[in-house]
Design a binder for this molecule. Structure first.
Ligand SMILES: [Zn+2]
Length: 318
């Protein structure tokens, strides 16, 4: 309640985003989008069904997920680098590929997703790695003015969330220690649930007063300090994708805004966003054993990921 009041005081009305959310009928799927939807289904099925729950409670499954993520990232044609560390004596690792920038290589765009899952959850939707795999595939042979890194993080989920054992915390600290200029970080989160049913979208109050009640959009969520990046990202996505979108900058006191790996970059003073279907505010299977591929709208996910690929390239070519 206190958080909601603070948001009212600080954020009424919410910061206006550039451009307009797409309205009207979505165009027919292109051949490229259809192929991407098929690949997304295969990736999500491998992680959520063949491997299933993947975390340090099931270390063999976590290792299989890490090996799968390495294979997805290698689709880029770039070498996959491991960032190993230990938690209570157990080895874990983040995984990374890099496209060195051609004009401003010291300016780094980090796109991340976590490959672990919550306890008891197969995480079909809670699985940004599937989108990360599509970016690796799409960017094969590409070059960007700024450096682009695609990173698969371990240990995003509880009990590691927002602790020193969280993969993105380890990674973001290393960025700061190296003095790296991370100009943008996007965390790909749950992005597979969409509905055209009125009332399908819920919010923590008071956001329900300002945002749509139909859960058919992709959301970009940042903190106030990340507002310039948020606006650039939303503007670019709206230019490149015929898909409904919303953007919001939340004060840090609203903890839901920090529910992913971008939070780790905020702690190091970097700008970061989460790309999300809003998770538990739309998706009833969030962190449940029922988060399975049959709940995922792969066609709409492909439309979103295609738009993200163009948006990220835009951020990386400024
Ligand atoms: Zn999760």
């Amino acid at each position: 309640m206190i958080a909601a009041l603070c948001w009212c005081v600080m954020m009424l009305p919410p910061t206006t985003m550039p451009g307009e959310s797409y309205r009207g009928p979505v165009p027919a799927m292109t051949a490229g989008q259809r192929a991407m939807a098929d690949r997304l289904r295969a990736t999500v099925t491998e992680l959520a069904v063949d491997i299933g729950e993947r975390n340090l409670r099931r270390p063999d499954a976590l290792e299989r997920a890490a090996i799968a993520a390495e294979r997805y990232l290698a689709e880029s044609g770039r070498p996959v680098t491991r960032q190993p560390y230990r938690i209570a004596g157990k080895p874990v690792r983040n995984l990374e590929i890099e496209f060195a920038g051609t004009e401003s290589p010291h300016e780094i765009v980090v796109i991340g997703a976590h490959y672990d899952s919550a306890l008891g959850c197969p995480a079909a939707n809670d699985n940004g790695v599937a989108a990360l795999a599509e970016l690796a595939h799409t960017y094969r042979g590409r070059a960007f003015k700024r450096t682009v890194r695609l990173v698969a993080f371990v240990n995003e989920e509880p009990p590691y969330f927002q602790t020193d054992a969280m993969g993105s915390v380890v990674y973001a600290k290393r960025c700061r220690e190296r003095g790296e200029d991370v100009v943008a970080m996007l965390s790909l989160e749950t992005i597979g649930c969409y509905s055209d049913a009125p009332g399908s979208q819920k919010y923590p109050p008071p956001m329900d007063r300002f945002f749509p009640s139909t859960g058919n959009f992709i959301a970009f969520v940042g903190n106030v300090a990340s507002t310039p990046l948020l606006k650039r990202t939303v503007e670019s996505f709206r230019t490149h994708a015929k898909f409904p979108s919303e953007g919001v900058a939340l004060p840090d006191i609203l903890v839901a805004g920090g529910f992913s790996d971008h939070w780790a970059f905020w702690q190091q003073g970097y700008a970061g966003l989460m790309v999300t279907d809003t998770a538990m505010f739309r998706y009833p299977h969030y962190h449940e054993p029922t988060d399975l591929p049959d709940k995922i709208d792969f066609d709409r996910t492909a439309r979103v990921v295609e738009g993200l690929a163009a948006t990220i390239a835009d951020l990386a070519n400024r």
